[in-house]
Design a protein around this ligand. Structure first.
Ligand code: ARG
Length: 588
């Protein structure tokens, strides 16, 4: 469906033209005096100079053309030359019915579908997921869903950190603890055991221990580096261990992401692109882009217009080891070869921005991507605690994601059972659904690039700009609809009539914005715009709800119309929250 504002523009530009003025002056905008009108057009003011005429006269010429336009209730020229537009009840009702009849609620799919790889999540194998990975997962998942809703092909790749020093550290620490394992015998010829020599909790304890020790013990660190190198060179026992680490860790990661309602199409990682590295390096050298600097291989990526220093991109360390940059470049090579995307979008902590500037420039210089392949970086800010510092546990440690989720769910549970009799099992299940909305909405409602404060009390509140408030509103609508059905009525085939009051009209106007909001939010990669939209929609609904008798309405035709409007609002809300990556329960 055409956007409401476009339909209005169309009328207005035609009217300017018919009145003898340039059509482009007819652009309408949302009114900044909603008490007077819903839309306004200031084109007559701008046209005044061109036509050397008083703006009010131009405005009057234009409004005269619109005397019997069915879209508007009134179109008024007011001094000094504004045009105030009020929509007609019939037109708005028609627009509502159009949305209700369309399974996409009036949102048209893009006519330029693109293939996009979305690189998000980015957890590191063998390290527990912590809140720093939360934002990438939440924002990335939402962008994926937004893109798909708009009709693009979006492939989500978790891009595991599974190849760095952490692997060498774990191997080294394991050897300290269990030196007799066959994986450490260099001359071992047999098959390696099927089952891993550790559990996930052991693994999670091993990494921090190893990491801490490597910071104090030079010799230990050297061994870990050597182990990493040996692993990369393909030492059999280490590879076998690495596979165990990967498997145990990925099983656990999948469980955690499932709890967040986050799903990846690809579970590839840094290790998957090792085979591309030699060819990529050679290509850089053959093109004369890579050169040796103190034993390392680097590529210059600075540009004349740079305002801050962009250091050369390091491709290989002096010992020949691959770096973060190396795997990211090789991943681009692989992605182009296997998927040939139109765009690769990275959703990563904004502190990594320089890394991506270097990688993107190097990839372009070396023509690893085509000229029109977009490489984009969405850098997100830090999730802070109430003290304004990166979020920590009460003890000051790194908060593990599953603990954070547990705490939120506990808090939600307390709020749900408060003053009510509800079965324990039901309350727990609801707390999980609502808890997820609290975390995700709390995150997504902020502009991604900004830092924000994780505020448990605020995020879990049923009032204000929160996930639980949105769900509460949705559930309120659902329960009215359920009662209506229990009265023996059908929810299908209902028709929306022109509004009868201001709050109803305001609700319709909010609902009508849906297609424009979704389209724009995806274009700007801004899930927070969907959040502010549903907050306003929920507010408009609640105002309407408090002023309107719905189930008690006596005129059956009007009652059916109110119900039809509720269905539409519910569908818009549910589509939006689905795109944001959470859902509403039936009751709460
Ligand atoms: N594993 C990285 C980290 O924890 C994030 C990976 C982001 N994606 C990428 N292609 N570099 O910082």
């Amino acid at each position: 469906m055409k956007k409401l504002i476009d339909l209005i523009d169309q009328e207005m530009t035609a009217a300017f033209e018919k009145a003898g003025y340039e059509a482009s002056y007819g652009k309408a905008t949302l009114s900044n005096r909603p008490d007077l009108c819903e839309y306004q057009c200031n084109g007559a003011m701008a046209a005044a100079k061109t036509y050397r005429k008083a703006p009010i006269m131009i405005a009057q010429d234009v409004t005269a053309q619109l005397a019997d336009c069915s879209l508007f209730d009134s179109v008024e020229a007011v001094k000094p030359g504004f045009i105030n537009i009020r929509l007609s009840g019939e037109f708005l009702a028609e627009y509502m019915n159009g949305m209700a009849e369309d399974e996409r609620l009036g949102v048209e799919k893009t006519d330029h579908p693109r293939k996009m790889i979305l690189d998000y999540g980015g957890p590191n194998v063998a390290k527990p997921l912590h809140v720093g990975h939360l934002r990438s997962a939440i924002i990335g998942e939402s962008l994926k869903r937004m893109g798909r809703y708009m009709g693009h092909e979006v492939i989500g790749d978790v891009h595991l950190g599974d190849w760095g020093l952490q692997m060498g550290l774990i191997i080294t620490e394991l050897q300290e603890r269990k030196p007799d394992l066959v994986y450490f015998q260099e001359d071992y010829e047999g098959d390696y055991p099927q089952d891993p020599p550790f559990t996930i909790s052991e693994l999670e304890e091993i990494y921090p221990a190893a990491s801490a020790r490597s910071k104090e013990d030079e010799e230990y660190k050297a061994r870990a580096l050597e182990a990493t190198h040996q692993l990369q060179l393909g030492r059999k026992g280490y590879r076998a261990l690495w596979k165990h680490i990967l498997q145990v860790s990925v099983t656990d990661l999948k469980k955690n992401y499932a709890r967040l309602n986050v799903e990846f199409d690809l579970w590839k990682g840094e290790s998957d692109v090792q085979e591309y590295i030699p060819g990529m390096v050679k290509n850089l050298q053959d093109q004369g882009l890579a050169y040796e600097d103190q034993g390392a291989i680097v590529v210059d990526v600075k540009e004349e217009t740079d305002t801050k220093e962009v250091p050369p991109c390091m491709i290989l360390k002096s010992d020949g080891a691959a770096l973060y940059t190396t795997t990211d470049l090789a991943t681009i090579v692989e992605r182009m070869k296997l998927y040939h995307p139109d765009e690769i979008l990275y959703v990563v902590d904004k502190r990594q921005e320089m890394h991506f500037v270097q990688v993107f420039r190097c990839a372009r210089k070396a023509k690893m991507v085509e000229e029109n392949t977009k490489l984009s970086f969405l850098g997100f800010g830090t999730m802070n605690g109430k003290d304004g510092k990166p979020f920590k546990t009460r003890e000051g440690g790194v908060m593990r994601l599953e603990n954070l989720i547990r705490e939120i769910n506990e808090e939600m549970y307390r709020k749900i059972v408060d003053n009510r009799s509800i079965k324990e099992k039901d309350a727990r299940a609801t707390a999980e659904i609502v808890g997820l909305s609290a975390i995700k909405y709390g995150d997504l409602s902020n502009q991604a690039s900004k830092d924000y404060v994780f505020d448990m009390d605020r995020f879990t509140s049923f009032e204000g700009n929160t996930g639980p408030y949105i769900l509460y509103t949705t559930v309120r609508i659902k329960s009215i609809l359920a009662k209506y059905r229990e009265e023996g009525n059908r929810l299908e085939g209902l028709n929306i009539l022109p509004f009868a009051g201001d709050s109803e009209k305001a609700l319709m106007l909010e609902a009508a914005r849906f297609n424009g909001v979704i389209e724009n939010a995806f274009e700007e990669k801004a899930p927070h715009k969907i959040c502010s939209y549903i907050y306003e929609l929920a507010n408009a609904f609640n105002r309407f709800y408090h002023e309107t008798r719905i189930l008690g309405e006596e005129d059956p035709e009007r009652k059916r119309s109110l119900i039809a409007l509720l269905i539409l609002v519910r569908d818009v809300l549910e589509t939006c929250i689905d795109v944001l990556g959470f859902s509403a329960p039936e009751k709460m």
